[in-house]
Design a protein around this ligand. Structure first.
Ligand code: DAH
Length: 460
């Protein structure tokens, strides 16, 4: 695990990223029918009750699917897969050696994460995430013709300033830790949310925009969590002309417009469902809310949103205006809309998955093509002070890739000497084939070795 420390040489990616924006404008329409999936997606959100909420990210297939290699440079990974070492995203060249530096304590990006950069599932027309993105575009295009600019090709390598400072994330916020975020160096991260682009787009003069992109978070392993997932950010600025005739102040006007707009969006995606607004906290908005819908007997969080903090507007050339913003996780909505049971499936290139979806067809129900048996393996060790579950999960994912279906803590105790033991159960399962005992034992053996070598724990 990397820790905050010596500063690594900075790379030129940020400079490149700042100058390239590719706009994509398209529209669509269709219907949907939902099922329930209830996990919060935000690490920034705190309900007014004060409880910190779990982040939801998902699982993905570690198989390398080639993006747009800009050079023939390739490297062979331990697993035998070929990894392209130079990519291009939105006109920005990203080299593997800039992003993955194992011996640099300010870097914590593994190859398994580098291999996801540039895949851009949200830009594939026949992929559930692409279909959902288009459906949201269609809602905004129908209701606000020509108003919102759309960005879905902004580089995911951003500065710490863009990711955190520009959107007022406090210095001691948990999302800034190396345990939660992928750092390329002390000043550069893989964005952990699409809010990272708010300030730069405002400064460029945009007042109405939708930003869709892949986001990266270190997290647990289960059917709804994966270290790379996709978000859409929405933003709308108002000037006094907009609210003066209405008789309410600028903040109330923005809040009213926000709620009306997002209720319309939820209805567009989910049909005629019951909705409720829950007060929340985000560093970048005040007031802040979460929208929940009632579906199949459960309240499900759809998105986080709020009225943008004045400081963000003032800092980015918009003194005197107000604005609203929202952020939603595409996977959590797509899992519900398409009945996709495991987040790893989004990354599958198996035709039995990909052939089930086509452009414009939101809400087509996914038909499971197989249910291969799971295999459970337990591992117990004495932890050290520096141990974190995210680090353990990353070791498991790094070795087993998407064969790792779930990692759960099944036992924990502290002995008289004050030593704490954890026992984790790893569920291995392929969605595509049966796994052999030999290969699972081999994977588990490597997990044991690497846990002991890298995580400073003692296997029991
Ligand atoms: N950035 C938040 C997250 O990733 C989501 C979000 C919440 C975005 C509220 C917003 C907002 O723009 O206003 O958890």
């Amino acid at each position: 695990m990397a820790s905050i420390g010596r500063q690594a040489p900075s790379i030129s990616l940020i400079a490149q990223c700042k100058t390239r924006f590719n706009q994509v404008v398209t529209s669509f329409s269709s219907t949907s029918s939902p099922v329930v999936h209830s996990r919060s997606f935000s690490i920034f959100s705190v309900k007014r009750t004060g409880t910190r909420r779990a982040a939801t990210v998902g699982l993905g297939f570690n198989r390398w699917v080639s993006t747009v290699p800009v050079s023939p440079k390739k490297t062979r990974r331990k697993t035998g897969e070929i990894l392209s070492t130079l990519l291009e995203v939105g006109g920005v060249k990203i080299s593997r050696d800039d992003v993955v530096r194992e011996n640099d304590p300010t870097n914590n990006v593994p190859d398994s994460i580098f291999s996801k950069i540039g895949l851009q599932l949200h830009r594939r027309d026949n992929h559930p995430l692409g279909i959902l993105k288009q459906e949201i575009y269609s809602y905004f295009d129908n209701n606000f013709p020509g108003l919102f600019n759309k960005f879905d090709n902004l580089c995911p390598v951003v500065s710490v300033k863009m990711n955190f400072d520009d959107v007022l994330v406090p210095h001691d916020h948990v999302s800034r830790t190396y345990n939660d975020t992928y750092y390329i160096n002390a000043e550069t991260v893989l964005r952990c949310h699409t809010s990272a682009h708010q300030a730069e787009l405002l400064r460029e003069g945009h007042s109405y925009f939708l930003v869709t992109g892949d986001v990266y978070r270190r997290d647990s392993v289960d059917s709804t969590h994966y270290p790379v997932f996709h978000q859409m950010e929405g933003f709308r600025v108002f000037t006094p002309v907009d609210w003066e005739a209405s008789g309410v102040d600028g903040t109330s006007y923005a809040a009213m417009d926000l709620k009306k707009t997002l209720e319309g969006l939820a209805q567009h995606l989910f049909g005629n469902v019951e909705m409720r607004w829950v007060d929340a906290y985000f560093p970048f908005t005040d007031p802040s809310f979460e929208l929940e819908i009632y579906f199949q007997g459960n309240w499900m969080e759809v998105l986080g949103c709020g009225v943008t903090e004045q400081k963000i507007l003032i800092n980015n050339g918009r003194a005197g205006s107000t604005a609203w913003a929202f952020g939603l996780g595409l996977e959590r909505l797509a899992m519900v809309l398409f009945d996709i049971p495991d987040i790893r499936l989004f990354w599958s290139s198996d035709l039995r998955f990909t052939s089930q979806f086509s452009s414009g067809q939101l809400g087509v129900k996914f038909k499971s093509f197989s249910k291969f048996p799971p295999c459970y393996k337990d591992i117990s060790f004495w932890i050290s002070e520096s141990f974190t579950e995210n680090n353990f999960c990353e070791v498991v994912r790094g070795i087993a890739g998407d064969l790792a279906e779930q990692v759960s803590l099944i036992d924990s105790f502290t002995n008289k000497k004050g030593m704490t033991s954890h026992c984790y159960r790893i569920t291995y399962r392929s969605m595509e084939r049966s796994l052999t005992d030999e290969e699972i034992n081999e994977l588990q053996g490597r997990v044991r070795d690497e846990v002991e070598n890298k995580l400073n724990v003692t296997i029991r």
